[in-house]
Write a protein that binds this ligand. Structure first.
Ligand SMILES: C[S@@+](CC[C@H](N)C(=O)[O-])C[C@H]1O[C@@H](n2cnc3c(N)ncnc32)[C@H](O)[C@@H]1O
Length: 398
C-alpha cells in the first residue's frame, strides 16, 4: 500500500461525479440536501431507505438476505462468453428456440473474481454446459457462504475465499493454468453497505471496520489508532481525492476513540469546509479509508497483470468499475497491452516493439432503463477485451 504525496489533478469520471454510485450509494439513494440536515436526520433518512429497500426489520434480518442488484448484467456475461448478446431464456428466438431455453451451453473454464451475491455468476451458469467450470472468488465471508451454498447444488462451481490478487496461485491449487473468461465487478456490494455493522456506511452506525475480509487484516479503527496525521491526510487525498484532507485528518486524529461510524462521519462533516448538495461530506473520506484498508487498487493492478497469462488466446476479460481511480487503471492497462504503448517508452528515440496481448478494448455503460431502476449503476463502466495471440513474456523480456 504505497502512498505518494503528489497532488495530481483529479480527473472526474466523464459521466457523473467521480465518486457516485456505490462509493456514493448512500447519497444516490437519498436525495437530501446535506446543508439542511443534521446527522440525526441523515440517520433517520438512512433508516427510511433501508425500509424502502424491503428490509422490514433491520435488527432481525438475516445478513444473507440483503439484496444486491447486479450491474450491467447481460452485457458483462455476454462479454465474458465472447458473444455480442445473450439469447433471453424467456423469449427464445424463433430461429433457435433450443438455445433460448437452455442457454448457450458454452464449455470451458470461467472466473467470477467478485462473487458478491452471485448475480453475474448465476446468469453465466445458465449459459454454461454441464462440463464447464466456474471458479468464484470473494474476500467477504458472507459472500463466500452464499457461494458455497450455490456450489452445494451446482458441481460446476468452485469457491475461493481469497483476494482475486491471488488469481494465478489459487487457480493453480485447483489444477487450472488457463481460463476462457475472467470477469470482475469491483468495489463493495449493496449488502456490505446495508449492514451497518460492517462499518462501510456513514448513515448506519457500526464499528469502524470496513474490511471486506473480516477474517484477517487490520480494521480502519485499528489503523486510525496508530496512523500519523500526515499519512492519514495522504490516504484521504490519494484514495478519496479529498481536497480538504489535511484539515479532516487533523480532526479525525483528535477523536478519543474510533468506535462508531456515525461519530466518525460527524467529525468529518464538521471539519469539512465545503459541503456539496446531495452528497454527505464524509463520502470521499470513507471511500478513501475503505480503498486503503482493503488494498483495492493494488489488488486490481495484480489481477490485471495476471489476466495476461491466465487467459487463453481468444479468452475474454470483462471488468466493471465504479469510480475513476479504478476505471483509469483498467483503461490504461488495456491501452498499454492492446497498442503495445508503454509510458516509459515515450521519450525513447526507438521505442521497442512491444507485444499486444489484447484486441482493441471496448467500453459499455448502463442504459437509461438500468440507471433509473438502479441508481447505483450510474457511474459504472464495463471494459472488455479479447486476449490476442501474442505470447506472454514476463516483464522486461519483451
Ligand atoms: C460489486 S460486488 C459484486 C457483486 C456481484 N457481481 C453480484 O452480482 O452479486 C463486489 C464484491 O467483490 C468483493 N471484492 C472486492 N475486492 C475483492 C478482491 N480484491 N478479491 C476478492 N473479492 C473482492 C467484495 O467483497 C464484494 O462482495
Amino acid at each position: 500500500m504505497s502512498l505518494s504525496k503528489s497532488k495530481s489533478k483529479p480527473t472526474p469520471n466523464s459521466k457523473v461525479n467521480a465518486f457516485s454510485a456505490i462509493d456514493n450509494a448512500e447519497s444516490v439513494t437519498s436525495p437530501f440536501s446535506v446543508e439542511s440536515n443534521t446527522v440525526q436526520n441523515l440517520v433517520e433518512k438512512g433508516m427510511q431507505n433501508m425500509a424502502q429497500a424491503s428490509i422490514k426489520d433491520p435488527a432481525t434480518v438475516d445478513e444473507l438476505s440483503f439484496v444486491h442488484d447486479a450491474v450491467l448484467l447481460p452485457e458483462t456475461v455476454a462479454a465474458v462468453l465472447g458473444v455480442k448478446s445473450l439469447p433471453s431464456p424467456k423469449e427464445p428466438s424463433q430461429t433457435d428456440a433450443a438455445i433460448g431455453q437452455k442457454g448457450l451451453q458454452m464449455s470451458g473454464i470461467y472466473v467470477d473474481a467478485t462473487f458478491g451475491r452471485g448475480g453475474h455468476s448465476r446468469l453465466l451458469l445458465s449459459h454454461l454446459a454441464d462440463d464447464a467450470k466456474l471458479i468464484v472468488f470473494d474476500k467477504d465471508p458472507t459472500a463466500i457462504s452464499v457461494a458455497r451454498e450455490l456450489a452445494r447444488t451446482d458441481s460446476r462451481v468452485h469457491v475461493v475465499h481469497d483476494s482475486f490478487a491471488t488469481l494465478t496461485t489459487s487457480l493453480a491449487a485447483l489444477g487450472i493454468t488457463q481460463v476462457d473468461g475472467l470477469m470482475a465487478d469491483l468495489g463493495i456490494s449493496s449488502p456490505q453497505i446495508d449492514d451497518g455493522s460492517r462499518g462501510f456506511s456513514f448513515m448506519r452506525d457500526g464499528a469502524v471496520d470496513m474490511r471486506m475480509d473480516t477474517s484477517r487484516g487490520q480494521s480502519v479503527a485499528e489503523w486510525l489508532e496508530q496512523v500519523d496525521d500526515e499519512t492519514l491526510a495522504n490516504v484521504l487525498y490519494e484514495f478519496g481525492e479529498e481536497r480538504h484532507s489535511r484539515r479532516i485528518a487533523r480532526a479525525i486524529k483528535q477523536m478519543d476513540s474510533y468506535e462508531s461510524t456515525l461519530e466518525l462521519a460527524e467529525v468529518i462533516k464538521v471539519a469539512h469546509p465545503n459541503w456539496q448538495r446531495g452528497k454527505h461530506p464524509a463520502t470521499q473520506s470513507f471511500q478513501a479509508m475503505r480503498i486503503f484498508i482493503n488494498n483495492e487498487l493494488g489488488d486490481v493492478d495484480d489481477f490485471l497483470a495476471q489476466s495476461i497469462h491466465i487467459l487463453k488466446t481468444g479468452g475474454q476479460l470483462a471488468v466493471i468499475s465504479f469510480h475513476s481511480l479504478e476505471d483509469r487503471r483498467i483503461k490504461q492497462f488495456l491501452q498499454r497491452h492492446s497498442k503495445g504503448q508503454y509510458p516509459e517508452d515515450e521519450n525513447l528515440p526507438m521505442p521497442p516493439n512491444r507485444p499486444r496481448y489484447f484486441s482493441k478494448p471496448k467500453r459499455v455503460g448502463p442504459s437509461k432503463a438500468e440507471t433509473s431502476h438502479n441508481p447505483r449503476s450510474r457511474s459504472a463502466w464495463l471494459r472488455m477485451a479479447t486476449r490476442s495471440d501474442s505470447e506472454y513474456l514476463p516483464d522486461g523480456e519483451q
